[in-house]
Design a protein around this ligand. Structure first.
Ligand code: ADP
Ligand code: ZN
Ligand code: ZN
Length: 802
């Protein structure tokens, strides 16, 4: 078995296969699947993943593996299998899939060092190469003749550790240590030799005669009241030595979380958790959809289910949307499970992320709470996977590999025979439909744990405001309510739905929105050409001068930004203290948390923000929630726009009156009769589900069909169209009768970075060979992809249709 199959780091479809390499003697005892290696590839040396070992190769003249990067595999056998599945499923390259499962740090070669962790002697050869030092540059080991097996064994026994030297400006996480560097009798000799006047030096030497343990240099200098220069003298005399060690970054200081105990469950919670606990006990896979209104205690259900899993010695993955991975959220998990929780958050530095990953890899924690990519946590004994807010689109990765975390979760759940929990107040139609069909198990919680009613929602028709001469973005009703709240010293959350910025066209008199006659989707205004276009079927028409419904000339394209809203808000209510939260004000690390803390400390009356304030926040003093333009998302060129509007309104309404004070919600809209707004205002998910399903059925959209989106981009517009046209034709020739192939259509963003983008959409119910077919079709363009900078991307589960 001295040949390794390696997936090399060359992102090209022609290289998307394993290559065989000989395993040199030195690596034979250690090399395992899932380790990264360096191999010669053409004239270069590149990184690769070992995916298997074998005795024979069909090829002659194999080259040797140059170097082994990991002493323990970074991908478990399960994750290797998952990576292959993921690549096939999303039509991505194997190498891309593998790298997506690992922290950034492991995508490149970092400098490493070996640290001697024990006072006892290592094996003779290892002692030789350490040569009395505690820290050894990794290259010195690889340059030696010692077998990797010896090192692996020492690591396994805990005698040696590998440090990755992650360089990062923000997070310098090394401490300098000082210790004596010569035998005791030499120290004593030196002490006697030192002049009586060199008082400090003598004190230091005396200290090390007494203490052989290394100490932190900074603390040591403070305590001895000495300076670097004094230490330098002793260092030059080779009496002491200083060196750096890496300290594991723990971005969340665990001690600051107050610990919590399991709550007595309500009847509804009890009903929901019982079947989940049964599956955990029986080691069986199943998917549960927990449909519970905000405040119904879903999180408490997660926590108690996880407790069962921990008690069984197993592990748990909890996914929460990036945006709601707030300190409040982290506190709930750390509060219950303390340092047994790792947190994977994109706001962490790459070093911090890597440390959290390593705590999972080393099995130091049993729970990980994280955003999308935490689904790849290298646990080997999973007992539950939870996806909170399962409707969130951030669970879909919009880059290769274009996977949905829900699919990965279910795949891993099947492998580990463990339940998968999807939780939401507003499940996706896809998931709810599966629950209706019995594919998922449904648990419904329609009451808040404190029995408080959901806040009352008032819909304000902004057309009336206009007719009454109010041209601001704030209705009279909202202005009054804000002022009343401020008088009562209560707080306000204002949501500006900023997606859909300046895109759709609407009549400000009658609320009419121009839609495509073939697609039931809002047309998008193209400023350059002054045309309205449909992004699904290429239909277009000129921008009208008058409303086709009421003939008013107040037909405009629509959209606005948070900064402008803030300005007009402070004009309208000058005494209001406003915190604005959007991508601009939260870009800096920690800014998000800081702004929320300010609001929690009542340093402001109003929190104004985009989608990012809609979720998870829980402030007891917030009694009024205002939604400035509920419809702005409704008319995006996206068949999910009604669903997203319903979800957002429901979410944001849940922010008001969560505690003692009763809450109130004001929704401003130009289309008050739209079913997603009407039904969200009375919290009627079931009715919404039925209405929306009927629409999807009529227009042939998911969940009634599956979609696949092929996007072609090229600098030459004609070329992009022609290639898309060819792809469409080849697809049409090979798919079944019920399958619809649409295109070529310009992508909603028709030109990006000077490339023209065209797309082809496949709508299908049952096409078992579609992936293979698309793959084969795309391969025919390999030459053009390589030589002519053509780009073809495939999304087998498109969410963002841009
Ligand atoms: P959700 O995740 O469904 O929005 P949470 O789990 O956040 O709901 O619960 C809402 C509030 O109710 C929280 O403050 C939580 O501590 C509290 N809570 C949850 N379960 C119970 C229970 N069984 N008894 C009392 N309070 C509870
Ligand atoms: Zn009109
Ligand atoms: Zn259309």
């Amino acid at each position: 078995m001295n040949i390794a199959s390696v997936i090399v780091d060359v992102p090209a479809s022609s290289i998307n296969q394993t290559f065989d390499y000989k395993i040199p003697e030195r690596f034979q005892d250690v090399l395992e699947s899932g380790m990264r290696v360096i191999v010669p590839f053409g004239p270069r040396k590149i990184m690769g993943f070992v995916v298997g070992r074998k005795a024979k190769s069909a090829f002659k003249g194999l080259k040797n593996i140059t170097e082994v990067l990991d002493i323990t595999p970074v991908l478990t056998p399960e994750l290797l299998g998952l990576g292959k599945w993921l690549a096939d499923e999303t039509l991505s390259l194997y190498i891309t899939s593998f790298q997506a499962m690992l922290p950034q740090v492991l995508k490149s070669q970092y400098k490493k060092e070996l640290v001697k962790m024990t006072e006892a002697d290592l094996s003779h050869e290892l002692e030789m190469v350490f040569a009395g030092r505690d820290i050894l540059p990794y290259e010195e080991f690889t340059g030696s003749e010692i077998s990797y097996y010896q090192l692996q064994k020492a690591i396994h026994d805990g005698d040696v550790a590998v440090n990755y030297l992650v360089k990062s400006k923000i997070t310098k996480k090394h401490v300098t240590m000082i210790k004596s560097s010569c035998p005791m009798h030499l120290l004593e000799e030196a002490y006697n030799d030192l002049s009586k006047k060199a008082k400090k030096q003598r004190e230091i030497v005396a200290f090390f005669i007494e203490n052989s343990e290394p100490v932190e240099l900074q603390k040591f200098m403070n305590e001895m009241q000495t300076t670097r220069s004094t230490i330098k003298i002793l260092q030059d005399r080779k009496l002491v030595t200083t060196y750096k060690v890496e300290v594991l970054r723990n971005p969340y200081n665990d001690t600051k979380f107050e610990s919590t105990i399991p709550l007595r469950l309500t009847d509804q919670q009890q009903q929901a958790i019982t079947p989940i606990k049964q599956k955990i006990a029986a080691n069986e896979h199943d998917v549960f959809l927990v449909h519970g209104v905000t405040g119904s205690g879903k999180t408490e259900i997660y926590l108690q289910a996880i407790q069962d899993v921990i008690n069984k010695g197993k592990e748990a993955i909890v996914l929460v949307p990036e945006i709601s991975l707030t300190p409040q959220m982290v506190r709930r998990f750390k509060g219950r499970f303390g340092s047994n929780v790792a947190v994977m958050h994109s706001a962490l530095s790459s070093g911090e992320k890597y440390d959290e990953w390593r705590r999972i890899h080393r099995k130091e924690v049993q729970v990980v709470v994280g955003a999308r990519s935490a689904i790849f946590a290298p646990f080997e004994n999973l007992g539950i996977i939870i996806i909170d807010e399962e409707h969130e689109t951030s669970y879909k990765q919009e880059d290769q590999p274009r996977y949905h975390a829900r699919d990965v979760a279910i795949h891993r759940g099947e492998h580990h025979h463990c339940p998968v929990i999807l939780g939401s107040a507003t499940p996706t139609l896809e998931s709810y439909a599966r629950a209706q069909k019995g594919v998922y198990q449904l648990a419904a919680l329609d009451k808040r744990t404190n029995e408080k009613a959901m806040p009352k929602v008032e819909i304000v028709d902004m057309r009336n405001e206009l007719h009454a001469g109010n041209r601001t973005m704030f209705s009279r009703s909202l202005k009054d309510k804000i002022e009343q709240s401020m008088e009562r010293k209560e707080q306000i959350v204002l949501l500006l739905n900023r997606r859909g910025y300046s895109t759709f066209v609407m009549c400000r008199d009658c609320g009419h929105v121009k839609e495509c006659p073939h697609c039931d989707i809002a047309l998008t205004y193209h400023k350059n050409s002054n045309q309205l276009k449909c992004h699904y079927c290429s239909y277009e028409e000129p921008m009208p001068l008058n409303c086709p419904e009421c003939n008013s000339d107040l037909i405009r394209y629509f959209g606005t930004g948070t900064q402008r809203v803030e300005e007009s808000l402070t004009q309208l209510i000058p005494e209001a203290r406003v915190i604005r939260m959007d991508v601009d004000t939260t870009r800096r690390k920690g800014a998000h948390e800081k702004l929320l803390n300010q609001f929690a400390n009542k340093e402001a009356d109003i929190l104004l923000g985009t989608q990012m304030i809609a979720k998870g926040l829980d402030f007891e003093n917030v009694t009024l929630v205002g939604v400035l333009t509920a419809d702005s998302m409704l008319h995006l060129p996206d068949f999910r726009s009604s669903e997203k509007t319903f979800q957002l309104l429901t979410q944001v309404s849940g922010r008001a009156g969560r505690h003692e004070l009763p809450g109130e919600v004001i929704v401003q809209t130009y289309t008050p009769d739209h079913y997603s707004i009407e039904l969200a205002s009375v919290y009627d998910y079931n009715q919404f589900y039925l209405r929306e399903m009927a629409m999807r059925k009529t227009f042939n959209y998911p969940p009634y069909v599956f979609l696949a989106l092929v996007t072609v981009s090229h600098q030459n517009q004609i070329k992009a169209v022609q290639i898309t046209q060819k792809i469409v034709r080849m697809l049409v020739n090979h798919v079944g009768e019920d399958t619809v192939v649409l295109g070529p259509t310009p992508s909603p963003i028709a030109r990006m970075k000077d490339r023209y983008r065209y797309q082809c959409m496949v709508k299908y119910k049952n096409e078992p060979k579609l992936r293979a077919l698309i793959k084969k079709i795309i391969q025919q363009f390999d030459d053009e992809v390589r030589k002519e900078d053509l780009l073809i991307t495939v999304d087998m589960q498109p969410y963002q249709l841009m």
